[in-house]
Design a protein around this ligand. Structure first.
Ligand SMILES: *Cc1c(COP(=O)(O)O)cnc(C)c1O
Length: 411
């Protein structure tokens, strides 16, 4: 072993984020390395949801739209998320799913570039991102073209026909981080607008949307923001683009929803990018997760995340080097998000077997094991122990069972 247990204990004792772990509901002995798929539950969430149901809804009934500030929750939570992603107050709303927000951002961007006909992305992007592009293309009857090129070819493909570039900042499989400022600058040189998908960035790494002059961004509420299963997502629209006319022009984005006018008149600012009635209970849970994160120093979070991933890589090399894992994530810290991925021919079975050893990671087709390293609730000692359990699964071939080969509907 190349680590000194006392040193690991010391790292945990001196960790400025160590108090956060206690704020999550995590059963003893479990090592949860899947916070990049579904964040753990903050302890505060259950009580806040219970109060929202029994008091705000149960007692307050419809008066809670104003009395409990339900009606302004998308903007209020959006402002909190803005602080985590380098946006200004009034540039972010919490609403809908990431997929729907991608549609809203793509169509808003297209409306700002009416003479251009290409939506560009990379072929290995998260599928829903590219599916949304393909849907818009089909709906346009082919006028809008959806183009997804190899990751390395994206910058060369930028030209005066491209209206908008949609990229994910931290790749969902490899964890590779794109240089947001540089890519945005290169796109703007050609007049191309950029949408950043922050699903694996928000709450995981430092993000500076306005520093990078980003045009639009979307991201997930249920991953590093710990907003709960299917939590509302968020949408960022840079203030200079607030005049774009929303295609999903629902009544909650209207300038005056409760005068029930016949024609759509968009609200000022980010509010016009709301569509229908906000999912209040989902927003209550999301806010509990976001509030926790707002108390954390993002610089410390990033520092710890990189230390956790460095330790994970070193331990895997040392303790599991002979078992055929190939590191998929970048070795260079600056290029690494908050996850470590390995390719392995039996990755699916290993992920299944690890659950019996109380290590929850996940599998991404065709052969990737993913370990999300969430600095708010993982300890350095957890990393060492997780690798020991991976070693145990490999040494004993605990993964080599027929029941672990059956692919489940959710991986
Ligand atoms: C998780 C994730 C999504 C999820 O989209 P939903 O609409 O919430 O299902 C989208 N894009 C990326 C890059 C993701 O990682």
């Amino acid at each position: 072993m190349n680590f000194d247990p006392a040193e690991i204990a010391d790292l945990d004792a001196r960790d400025p984020l160590r108090a956060f772990r206690d704020e999550f509901q995590l059963r003893h002995g479990l090592i949860y390395v899947d916070g990049n798929s579904l964040g753990a539950a903050p302890k505060a969430t259950a009580a806040q949801l219970a109060a929202a149901v029994s008091q705000q809804w149960g007692e307050g009934l419809i008066t809670s739209w104003l009395g409990a500030n339900w009606s302004t929750a998308p903007q209020r939570i959006g402002d909190k998320i803005a602080r985590i992603i380098g946006a200004a107050s009034g540039e972010v709303i919490a609403a809908d799913s990431t997929s729907v927000n991608i549609f809203k951002a793509l169509t808003a961007a297209l409306s700002l570039r009416p003479d251009r006909h290409i939506i560009l992305s990379e072929s290995t992007n998260f599928p829903t991102d590219v599916y949304m592009m393909q849907g818009i293309s089909a709906f346009s009857g082919g006028r809008i073209q959806s183009v997804a090129v190899e990751p390395e070819a994206v910058l060369e493909r930028l030209d005066e026909d491209v209206a908008v570039l949609l990229l994910t900042q931290v790749h969902y499989k490899s964890g590779l981080v794109r240089d947001m400022a540089e890519v945005t600058r290169r796109a703007h040189e050609k007049g191309v607008l950029v949408i950043w998908d922050l699903s694996h960035s928000a709450g995981a790494i430092e993000v500076d949307l306005n520093g990078a002059k980003a045009d639009f961004a979307v991201g997930c509420g249920y991953k590093y923001l710990n907003g709960g299963p299917g939590a509302p997502a968020f949408l960022f629209v840079a203030e200079r683009h607030h005049s774009a006319r929303p295609v999903l022009s629902g009544w909650f984005g209207h300038a005056s929803p409760f005068t029930f006018e016949e024609d759509y008149r968009p609200a000022e600012g980010i509010t016009r990018f709301l569509c229908g009635t906000p999912p209040v209970l989902g927003l209550v849970a999301l806010e509990a997760g976001v509030d926790l994160l707002c108390r954390a120093d993002m610089r410390e979070l990033r520092k710890k995340s990189l230390r956790l991933s460095q330790l994970f890589i070193e331990q895997m090399e040392e303790r599991c080097g002979e078992f055929g894992f190939t590191l998929v994530s970048p070795l260079e810290p600056d290029l690494r998000g908050s996850q470590i991925s390995y390719a392995h021919p039996n990755s699916y079975e290993i992920v299944q077997a690890l659950k019996a050893f109380e290590v929850i990671g996940d599998f991404r087709a065709p052969d990737v094991l993913r370990f999300g390293l969430t600095p708010l609730y993982l300890r350095y000692a957890d990393i060492v122990e997780a690798v020991e359990r991976i070693r145990e699964v490999c040494v004993t071939r605990a993964w080599d069972k027929p029941e672990y080969r059956e692919r489940a509907a959710v991986t």
